[in-house]
Design a protein around this ligand. Sequence first.
Ligand code: AMP
Length: 394
Amino acid sequence: MTDTLPPADTTSTDAPSFAQLGLNARILANIARAGYAMPSPIQALAIPPILAGKDVEALSRTGSGKTAAFALPLLQRLLAAPRPTTTEQEGAPGMVRTLILSPTRELASQTASAIRTCAHGCQLMIGLAIGGVPKDRQTRALRGGADILVATPGRLLDHLADRTIGLDATTCLVLDEADRMLELGFIEDIQAIAERLPTRHQTLLFSATMPPAVATLGRRLLHRPLHIAPPEATSPPPRIRQQVAFVAATRKNATLIALLKRDTPDRVMVFTRTKQASDSLARALVSAGLPAAALHGDHGQARRDRTLASFRRGTLRVLVATDVMARGIDIEDVMLVVNFDVPEQPETYIHRIGRTARAGRRGTALSLCAPEERQLLREIERQTSARITAIDPT
Ligand code: AMP
């Protein structure tokens, strides 16, 4: 592996090692296997309290190493605690020991596979419960329970209603990308799920932003939590070159096509505000001979998986996505992010451009800004203290 996330504190020789954070030899061996040399800032801050069983509320972007920040200590805790023995009755719900809730199917599958890597050789059952795939096969797999279950809220509630699984013995709940889950309307589902857990359990909340609704959820579900915000969580990574091209809205298609025809980096992600816009832009790019496709929630799961797989492989070089879809997708080597429209929220801008320059790499973020969007751009510059350089797109 060539991941090179910056270590926790590059300016000091006191940056802790994974061993100093309290992880044991078993877990350290898997970290070495994954090729991680030093903990990232979020890992350095979150691993010790999670290991100690505390509730944690952490501000963290995807790309910061947050999955390992919760997965590593939770695996160590699961290995240390014996699996509770139940009198297994025929038809009894499968027992889930740790539950991770994710906003989207893509993020859930990605998280499950990252955890499987961290759990190599640990003989733990890592399950996945997501919509968009037939329930029967999932049901069969989950009947025996899971040490860690990664799930999207809707499908999890289905399995709970069917009594495929139960949360009576669940000792830890992780809410990943809590802000996104709330934006997608999962607040009631989350509450309903949390109520199914035993009173005493550990809760971890990870979120890229902390709007009031997330803070309220945190107050409701977390017990005397430790609040964590590594400095990198609140500003875009410095390795991203931020650019803007001022063009009329009607010229955006032609401008983007010309730019990409001149030089198509290996992986480009283009963001549009709406699903319709992403479809029509992808069509325009394809007609211009560019290897592009749209990715959004109206496409069936199989199609979304295929699109993502070809983008990962590099056969599809331009992915045109909506914010909901792109959020949390961990694809390395995205060289260029294009904001086809200037996002209305500075947080969205940070999420979008965070798709590039992941794991210590460099990247460029280009916003196409029409005259009527200049005010939005100024607001982004003000709130994120970003230095966005104007370029001539012609
Ligand atoms: P995440 O924020 O969990 O989506 O992780 C982003 C990427 O960073 C993933 O590809 C991880 O494999 C990688 N990563 C996580 N922790 C480290 C680390 N300590 N050193 C290097 N890479 C890491």
